[in-house]
Ligand binder design. Sequence first.
Ligand code: COI
Length: 356
Amino acid sequence: MIATMPININKVQKSRIDNVDFENLQFGKIFADHMFSIDFEQQTWQNPRIEPYDKIQFEPSLLAIHYGQAIFEGMKAYRTPQNEIVTFRPLENLKRLNRSAERMCMPALSEDLFMEALQQLISLDKDWVPSKNGSTLYIRPFMFATDELVGMNISETYRFMIITSPVGAYYAAPVKVKIETEYLRAAKEGGVGYAKTAGNYAASMYPMKLARQQGYDQVIWTDSRENKYLEEFGTMNIFLKINGKLLTPETGDSVLSGITRDSLIQLAKHMGVEVEERKISIEEVIKAIKDNTLEEVFGAGTAAVITPIALIGYQNTQYTLKPLDTNSLAFKLKKALTDIQTGKAEDIFQWMHKLA
Ligand code: COI
């Protein structure tokens, strides 16, 4: 609790919730009634507040827009059968936010501040947490530099905010991916790939656009040194099942350390599946496709949950993968994970945190 710094709350006069079609939610297009904001000025966080979701005003010289000093997280709130509102491993998001902040020269947030902001915001907007299977309230915490100057400098002031959005599935269908060997997302040894910073996503847009023009949905990034090893999808971490083993690229300074990724590794091990976190070469994947030992490929992330891959493109060849059914490991892991998240299964790893 931040007893010394109470959050100032200004509620909406009239909720917009009645205008929302909860049966047909898309991803990230509508936002709940309130937002949390706090400013970092004179070396300290100050003025925590919850206000109606609205436009924010800054001068055109806002440093974050010009030099990209901006970081974010992705989380979700779930409604349990008992009508409680819970979230998943929130302190892992805070740890990653603070790792990103350190890399981008931004101030850290304390656990008390982060958790209190989350608790109060989600409690206030708890009616926005969908009850339909597969729909959730996506939570987007983010921080950006608020100095207003065009000199290239480390900002002295920042804003941290949390906005929330009722969402359906991120990908409505299995995705088609292209192994990217021409463009880079993140450089090894010293790059910023492990930070959840705006620039990593900006860098991925041009290759994603080219991939879309070729009929793909996403790219698989490969390592910046040799373009030989798989790293991650633009929006999720990668998992493959080859010969009964679950494989995922090891994390490092060029791969985002996904919380869903880590949770699936724990769940798979708990189910007795052998898991290897290691380098996975393109050659190994193509060989496994050709000798029929590649059983499953899927992406994992907060927004995407578990998304099956339908097709992999590499150089001039497209490899269609077999559709994943309810016997697949991807399906079993997704069910095990979402049952814990929505309070339908026992929280054996103590991952869930009650918000309201
Ligand atoms: C998330 O999974 O929460 C992310 O932040 C990925 C983003 C591309 C939606």
